[in-house]
Design a protein around this ligand. Structure first.
Ligand code: ZN
Length: 188
């Protein structure tokens, strides 16, 4: 499987609304998903949405490593492909944390997301799956599903003074939680 080229902010495909997948069991869907997983791993990302690899379909791959203690689920989430995902907030509670994105390389900024969400999607064998996610897991899903609607995380930053290059944040915030920045940021 080839490593796919990742579109960066400014490419019009990232601003499009992606199309629903009619047949999640189609061979081209599983081929695309395999290539997306390989591309995500190569780029050391946490998640990847199909439009990020120039394919305007409602498909996301992601994983949450077990070491993240704020996932709400012990043991993290293994590499998962979700097709036609629909998320809904569970409650009004939100939290703000730094996000990064493979389509906005080298940068990070604070984004408010819902603490808990419900997720409905189809898997690669066409089953409909319903589940709940919280904490970092819920954040990753909200970030990735935004991609399917043409929304990039910088469009959601309220305090733009906090948006910047990760490298510079590390240099300048040595006494103000640079460790925290590094820990929170993972490319999605
Ligand atoms: Zn992203």
């Amino acid at each position: 499987m080839p490593i796919l080229k990742i579109a960066r902010m400014g490419h019009p495909i990232l601003n499009q609304i992606s199309q629903p997948v009619i047949d999640p069991t189609a061979p081209e869907v599983s081929r695309l998903i395999s290539a997306m997983i390989e591309t995500m791993e190569d780029a050391k990302g946490t998640g990847l949405a199909a439009p990020q690899v120039h394919m305007p379909w409602r498909i996301v791959v992601y994983k949450v490593i077990a070491e993240r203690e704020d996932t709400g689920e012990n043991g993290g989430v293994p590499t998962t492909a979700i097709i036609n995902p629909v998320i809904e907030p569970l409650g009004d509670d939100t939290n703000v944390a730094f996000e990064a994105c493979l389509s906005v390389p080298g940068m990070a900024g604070p984004v408010s997301r819902f603490n808990r969400i419900g997720l409905t999607y189809q898997n690669i064998i066409g089953e409909t799956v319903e589940c709940e996610a919280e904490g970092f897991h819920a954040r990753v899903l909200q970030h990735e599903c935004d991609h399917l609607d043409g929304v990039l995380y910088p469009m959601r930053i309220e305090d733009m003074s906090q948006f910047g290059f990760i490298e510079e944040m590390g240099k300048n915030n040595e006494n103000e939680g640079s460790e925290q920045h590094r820990e929170e940021v993972s490319d999605e």
